[in-house]
Ligand binder design. Structure first.
Ligand code: KIV
Length: 269
């Protein structure tokens, strides 16, 4: 079983691979393909649940998907991404929501979209034995303030990110996601802190990379500019499903091999 310590040992030596998954089947395939960490991202909101963004995802939806991913994997570190407003407003409630992901759903860690408001919570959770992955740069739960554009393009904002990265390391975070910031900022954050950085749209100098699985396999209708499509599952699925529809409509399916008969039942009607 991969632990947060294993990830910390990998940093600087071998690239950490993280991928999102939201169900047992995909998680099992990701584990078989050698992914180190599965993030049950709140990106499930737009990636698979049909919402426009991540904001409507609930704690119950996250817990259910985390449990499925945990059932579908044996070795991989499973990180639950805490939904919008499931943390931050009240510390007790935040701790209970995060604790649920480990206690009930089987996650190994939680991820918090981070800022100055998550420092004391990161410390509290870490003290309680709940490993925290921090997340800076573009944080999609703040879409109404920032949009989805690259963040920290000027010196002042970049310095804030560097400062927050250090502060979250000091607060006990075991790793940091750095999303959609200039590559030279992500490289300097990686230099400045000892915990692993996992980049998305942040260049190649982080300790690892993360992408959303629907972008990677080519299932998403559209993907962000920094993602890469490594397959064309959407066309594969479309082809298989239209072949099925054609076969049913033409009477080709089901064939004799797909059913059996019982002589005893021949003269029922
Ligand atoms: O929700 C998510 O999938 C994420 C990653 C893109 C880092 O937060």
């Amino acid at each position: 079983m991969t632990t947060v310590r294993d990830l910390q040992a990998m940093a600087g030596d071998e690239q950490i691979t993280m991928l999102t998954a939201y169900d047992a089947v995909t998680a099992g395939i990701a584990e078989g393909a050698g992914v180190d960490v599965i993030l049950v991202g709140d990106s499930m909101g737009n990636a698979v649940l049909g919402y426009d963004d991540t904001l409507p995802v609930t704690v119950d939806e996250m817990a259910s998907r985390v449990a499925a991913v945990a059932r579908g994997t044996d070795e991989t570190l499973v990180v639950a991404d805490m939904p919008f407003l499931s943390f931050g407003a009240d510390e007790g409630e935040s701790v209970r929501n995060c604790g649920r992901m480990l206690k009930e759903a089987g996650a190994n860690a939680v991820k918090l979209e981070s800022g100055p408001h998550t420092l004391s919570l990161t410390e509290r959770l870490s003290d309680l034995g709940i490993p925290v992955m921090a997340h800076l740069g573009l944080t999609p739960q703040s879409v109404n303030q920032t949009g989805y554009t690259q963040q920290a393009n000027d010196r002042e904002e970049a310095e804030v990110i560097l400062e927050l990265a250090r502060a979250h390391e000091d607060a006990g975070a075991f790793a940091l996601v750095v999303e959609h910031v200039p590559a030279n900022l992500a490289a300097q954050v990686t230099e400045a802190i000892d915990i692993p950085t996992i980049g998305i749209g942040a260049g190649g100098d982080c300790d690892g990379q993360v992408l959303v699985f629907t972008d990677v396999v080519g299932l998403a209708e559209s993907s962000p500019p920094f993602a890469e499509q490594f397959g064309d599952v959407r066309s594969e699925m479309h082809g298989a499903i239209s072949d099925y529809v054609d076969a049913v409509e033409s009477g080709e399916f089901p064939g004799d091999e797909h059913a059996s008969t019982s002589e005893e039942l021949d003269d029922l009607y």
